[in-house]
Design a protein around this ligand. Structure first.
Ligand code: ATP
Ligand code: MG
Length: 140
């Protein structure tokens, strides 16, 4: 059975552009409840740890530099079928291929600076939520 939680980040490009409020509005209107949230900033080392699965990919170094280039918002979201439904809401990694009306289609600047992160499995949603939030911050 699909889980009911996912994890998201509003990435540095969207935060810097002042799109956090508009993106959170779309997330809430799509039926997701925010159960933990904070504004913070990754160091290059922490970005490297978060995206460790991509460490052999050619874009890894740039991705770590970009993800630590400015503040982000991290949040745990709740909804039935959360992981899959949230991936639909954000759209394809490359905004040129993202469906009309998706968050990346509307707000992403490029395949790298693509506005938002969404977990790709229930297991990773839990790992990523735990990466950012202590037990006391995950009380809801
Ligand atoms: P995310 O994990 O951030 O939700 P995703 O699951 O759609 O994105 P991944 O394949 O996990 O895509 O890639 C992680 C991130 O690495 C992308 O969101 C993007 O910021 C960056 N990225 C992916 N592919 C490329 C690429 N070809 N060139 C540059 N950056 C890329
Ligand atoms: Mg991914």
């Amino acid at each position: 059975m699909a889980g009911n939680r996912t994890f998201t980040m509003i990435k540095p490009d969207a935060f810097e552009a002042g799109n956090s409020g508009a993106i959170l509005k779309m997330i809430e209107e799509a039926g997701f409840k925010i159960v933990a949230m904070k504004a913070t900033r990754l160091t290059p080392e922490l970005a490297g740890k978060f995206y460790e699965v991509h460490k052999e990919r050619p874009f890894y170094k740039d991705l770590c530099a970009y993800m630590s280039s400015g503040p982000i918002i991290a949040a745990i979201l709740e909804k039935d079928n959360a992981v899959e439904d949230f991936r639909k809401l954000i759209g394809a990694t490359n905004p040129e291929q993202a469906a009309e009306g998706t968050i990346r289609k509307i707000f992403a600047k490029s395949i790298e600076a693509n506005a938002v992160h969404g977990s790709d499995s229930d297991e990773n949603a839990a790992i990523e939520g735990n990466f950012y939030f202590s037990q006391l911050e995950r009380v809801l």
